[in-house]
Each structure stands twice: as C-alpha cells, then as structure tokens.
Ligand binder design. Structure first.
Ligand code: ZN
Length: 137
C-alpha cells in the first residue's frame, strides 16, 4: 500500500471565509500515484474546518451566515473569557476538521457541486495547515 502526505500552508484574509482547495487536493492525489484508495483532508486546527460543497458566491455567504446563526460570536460562551473565540471552536468541533474522499482510477471522487474548502473560523491567520493523506494501491 502506498501512503502519500502533502501539507498545504494557507494565509486567510477574513474572520470567517471559505478557501477553495480542490485543485490542490486533486493535485496531491495525482502526485501520490495512488489509483484506488482514500484521500483524507485534515486541518490540524481547533478553529478551522473542512467541508465539501458548491463554489458559488451566494452559497458561500449562506454557509458563513448559517455558521454565525448556529454558533454566534456573542453567544455568551464560557471560553470567550480566555480568548474570545468560542464560536470558532464550536463550529470547528461540530462541522469537523476533516473529510475523507474515495480515490478511484487515479481520481478523487467528488460530486460536480462538491468543491473542497478550508473553512476559516477565526482568521485572518497566516500559515493555516491542511494535511492531505492519500493511501491505497
Ligand atoms: Zn480559543
């Protein structure tokens, strides 16, 4: 079995934003040489998340709005006494910091309207890491 790792380093510009990393993930799958297996996309951060959905400007805003509705910044959260970013931790915890995709015939399998995004929840940050692990045969 082959196991291939690649790390992306991203700078984010806003407090909350979606950063499309689809091309980078597909490039990693190609570089891995894996024909059939799995691709893990993992953000090693407590205030970021990974999702797969449509890259459309309105929907991107809707997703950010929904996150603010579910995890409002001014929610009276206890963790805000420490560094005022509890909403980012909550969204990261419940949206999840990783996603797994099938790799078939050398290609990442995703729907036509499933681009892969890093969700910045407490930006702007420099050097946000995304670890891509491709494994299989
Ligand atoms: Zn915190």
């Amino acid at each position: 079995m082959k196991v291939y790792f690649k790390e992306l380093l991203l700078n984010t510009r806003l407090k909350r934003e979606l950063v499309d990393i689809t091309a980078e993930v597909e490039k990693a799958v190609s570089e891995s040489g894996v024909k059939n297996g799995l691709c893990l996309v993992f953000a090693p951060h407590a205030t970021a998340a990974i999702i797969a959905n449509e890259h459309e400007r309105g929907l991107k805003n809707d997703i950010l709005r929904k996150l603010e509705e579910e995890y409002p910044s001014d929610g009276g959260w206890e963790h805000n006494r420490i560094d005022d970013n509890a909403a980012a931790h909550l969204a990261s915890a419940f949206v999840a910091a990783s996603r797994i995709f099938p790799v078939m015939n050398g290609n990442l399998v995703r729907g036509t309207w499933q681009n892969i995004f890093l969700v910045e929840l407490d930006g702007p940050r420099s050097r946000r890491r995304v670890l891509i692990e491709v494994m299989g045969e």
